[in-house]
Ligand binder design. Structure first.
Ligand code: SF4
Length: 447
């Protein structure tokens, strides 16, 4: 019988320390009972209590770690169906395929390309984090050779894709220390694949057509001693795939159905349309793939996919923010312009991009507006004279701008008089839109 929140509460330390991100132990117990949190999020719960909690303490979706050391990703352990209920915790892995039918040089070139699929967006690095080596040749020796090249060249987590246990065994000889994901075990090979996984302590993909067959297979694999499992339902078409992804997540979270309580893998190949896999992968990342495998490899294909993942796996309660303070663009001297903006990432990076585009070295004072944009912050009284003047003092702007002139966004021109009075600086009203910054800076500060 499922434990109630009060049953769980009795086994908690009752110190209300808040480290589990719930305000009290009781609130945390309620969230565990509703499968919205895992007991592991309380660092102080005793092993004895954990044991007593039994199934109630297990995460509704198993945490699966693929890789080792620096080449590691963790997926699963999600506790909510909808991002706005809390947040999604472990970003889906994005894997690019490498076929063992390619020549050694081609495999090396593809691995190199995967490594360079790294981009910077709103101040964060976003990158492809997995390579999926495909045993298209069916030959264990060729497969192992391809895996070796990719493992040496690409510092990413590895997926070994083969139904042939001999191929998986040969590949593990050259990369077991990287703790790859074995993809995969099916109804006919699961005993051999599970034995390999157990011996080498690797996670396994369970592959079966449909959720019913998957339920049967995961029970057999867990009975064989493998705990870290990823599901692949083999669904065809976007509709069926989304249905399987959603049903499995619902069963795991709402019904505590253990055989489907694992992250899921989906596979998208080009189908002759080079943008199609990207569109499919984006849909699956939104609901609820733990790994997407694609043969897309061009930066213009992966950048949008990584952007989707970044957006979905941010905390919806916390807007992306940059560090408040003075940010230098180029090498500004003491006569360089000083612009002011908010710490909402999209606002800041738009301003920063336009300032860079102007080629006028500048300082930007970023005011902490709790991640809100200029007009929103101003309307909420987080970007008015008091906050701006306080930030000018706190970050000692006189040390970077000897001219004692500050440029505020045109949208808050109404603050200029009061700010001038309060700060004693000359307040210049800048452009209303960031796109006006380059021409403004060139015309007024370019000399
Ligand atoms: S971390 Fe543990 S002890 Fe602290 S409030 Fe949460 S449940 Fe209570």
């Amino acid at each position: 019988m499922a434990l109630t929140g009060l049953d769980i509460y009795k086994l908690l330390p009752k110190t209300n320390c808040g480290e589990c991100k719930s305000p009290t132990c009781l609130a945390f117990a309620m969230r565990v009972a509703q499968k919205q949190a895992s007991i592991d999020q309380c660092p102080h719960v005793s092993a004895e209590s954990k044991e007593k909690l039994g199934a109630a303490s297990a995460p509704p979706i198993q945490l699966v770690t693929i890789g080792a050391g620096d080449f590691k990703i963790a997926i699963g352990n999600e506790t909510v169906l909808f991002r706005h209920e809390e947040t999604f915790h472990h970003p889906a892995g994005i894997a690019v395929t490498v076929s063992d039918k390619l020549s050694e040089a081609e495999i090396g070139a593809r691995a190199d390309k995967i490594v360079h699929l790294i981009f910077e967006r709103v101040g964060m690095k976003i990158a492809v984090d997995m390579a999926c080596i495909m045993n298209d040749s069916g030959d264990p020796a060729k497969f192992a050779a391809a895996v070796k090249i990719v493992a040496q060249k690409a510092p990413v987590a590895l997926i070994l894709a083969s139904d042939n246990p001999d191929s998986l065994k040969a590949a593990l000889e050259v990369c077991a220390d990287r703790r790859p994901l074995l993809c995969g075990a099916n109804a006919s090979n699961y005993q051999a694949v599970a034995a390999l996984a157990k011996e080498k302590n690797c996670p396994v993909v369970a592959r079966a057509k449909g959720l019913e067959a998957l339920t049967d297979l995961t029970q057999k694999i867990t009975a064989a001693g493998v705990k870290e499992i990823v599901l692949e339902s083999g669904a065809e078409g976007v509709r069926q795939t989304l249905e399987d992804l959603t049903k499995a997540r619902r069963y795991a979270l709402r019904k505590s159905f253990r055989p489907l309580g694992y992250p899921m893998l989906t596979c998208m190949m080009g189908d002759g349309d080079s943008f199609l896999p990207v569109l499919k992968a984006a849909a699956y990342i939104a609901k609820y793939a733990g790994i997407v495998v694609t043969d897309a490899i061009e930066p213009w294909q992966l950048m949008p996919l990584l952007t989707v993942r970044q957006n979905i796996y941010t905390d919806p309660r916390k807007p992306l923010q940059v560090e408040p303070g003075v940010h230098k663009i180029g090498e500004p001297g003491s006569k360089a312009p000083l612009l002011i903006t908010t710490n909402f990432s999209l606002t800041y990076y738009t301003v920063e991009g336009e300032v860079e585009g102007s080629k006028v070295a500048s300082n930007i004072l970023v005011v902490d507006t709790e991640g809100t944009s200029v007009l929103t912050a101003w309307a909420a009284e987080k970007f008015t004279t008091d906050q701006i003047a306080a930030a000018m003092n706190k970050y000692e702007v006189e040390a970077v701008a000897s001219h004692k002139k500050v440029i505020i966004p045109g949208l808050i021109a109404v603050e200029s008089g009061k700010l001038q009075e309060e700060s004693g600086w000359e307040v210049i009203v800048g452009p209303k839109e960031a796109s006006g910054i380059p021409s403004y800076l060139k015309a007024n500060w370019g000399g």
